[in-house]
Design a binder for this molecule. Sequence first.
Ligand SMILES: Cc1cc2nc3c(=O)[nH]c(=O)nc-3n(C[C@H](O)[C@H](O)[C@H](O)COP(=O)(O)OP(=O)(O)OC[C@H]3O[C@@H](n4cnc5c(N)ncnc54)[C@H](O)[C@@H]3O)c2cc1C
Length: 376
Amino acid sequence: MASAAPNTPVWETLDWTALPPVSEPLTCDVCVVGLGGSGLTAIHELRGQGVDVIGVDAGMVAGGAAGRNGGLALAGLAPFYHRAVEDIGRERALGLYRATLDEQQRMLEATPGHVRVTGSLRIAVDAAEGEDCVKQFEAMQEDGLPVELYDGDFGRGLMFPTDMSFNPLARCRSLARQAIEKGARLFESSRATEINGESVVAGGHAIQCGSVIVAVDGRLDQLLPELSGRVRTARLQMLGTEPTTDIQLDRPMYLRDGYEYVQQLPSGALALGGFRDMHEADEWTHDATPTDEIQELLEGFLRAALSPNAKITHRWAASVGYVEGTLPVMEEVRPGVWAIGGYSGTGNLVGALAGRAAAAAATGAETTLLALFHGA
Ligand SMILES: Cc1cc2nc3c(=O)[nH]c(=O)nc-3n(C[C@H](O)[C@H](O)[C@H](O)COP(=O)(O)OP(=O)(O)OC[C@H]3O[C@@H](n4cnc5c(N)ncnc54)[C@H](O)[C@@H]3O)c2cc1C
């Protein structure tokens, strides 16, 4: 198998027809900036309410982290459950965890062809992580959340039976096509440069609107500078291989507190990422190109633990937003402008929930999600 073009994710299937850019002044009820999984979910939610919605992206649909990630849909927030309970309290941590379980079901229903219910493994790399797994297990069991102890071929840890693996790029493209069929107007190559609650300038043209949802996760600090103290942009990197029979992974696994993660695609190809913390200072960046230092670490992990032989076909990176603590940003940052992001590297499900919450907030619709995000 030939190597892909530089910085292309293993998920690329070259079947996307580009959407047009914004080419004239427009009007809508709600404008969504950012067409990753979070923005697209907000758009679906809005169309479900009959809202006239326009979505714009600086690049292409899912051209950011949403189409370039590990493809793991893991229930819960970025911190493991017992740590989330410590930080935000049991009621909210449990409510949000259950909401991510519900989101898994919605994901399966919306794009069944791109999603597999595989379960996932958290593997402990040392005794301390083993003890942490036990704490997580006990907290989850006590609250009736789905988890099992794991002791098998890949070590010891935990198994989460509802977790899913999926092609994130194909899934987002499917969501975008469905949104267009439902009447949303989506534009690519249309960078938003000015945002207030009544208009967005995108691709040089004004879009008049009643409110705005900014769903750019790893670029929030650039687009809305008032969030720059709260959300910090980091680069995450991955590599992909040709199909291999060196190993058989029935489900995705992550280890070392989730820093490293790997899944095997139905073809047998491996997709793995991690090691951000090994060059942490360099990885706090808006640059989204892979580096030799992190790629060498990924390659070392591949050769030592997964496959001595499989040819590496893809190397890629993307930007994500990190926040301190457990909760992402989901709030009105300017009158009529709702910002969502800062999922700290696990935004596939939580980003979708934030998109739903922001859609409700922007239109005044009722949802229990708002209280979960805001603690009201
Ligand atoms: C390598 C990697 C692995 C990961 N693995 C996982 C995983 O396995 N599981 C998980 O849950 N999460 C994972 N994540 C995190 C997850 O991908 C993100 O949290 C999530 O995709 C964020 O989606 P989003 O739609 O909020 O933002 P993004 O996907 O970042 O989308 C934002 C969009 O906004 C656009 N944009 C930016 N600025 C502008 C502007 N000025 N005007 C218009 N548009 C703009 C971008 O072009 C982009 O398309 C991973 C991330 C990376 C990078």
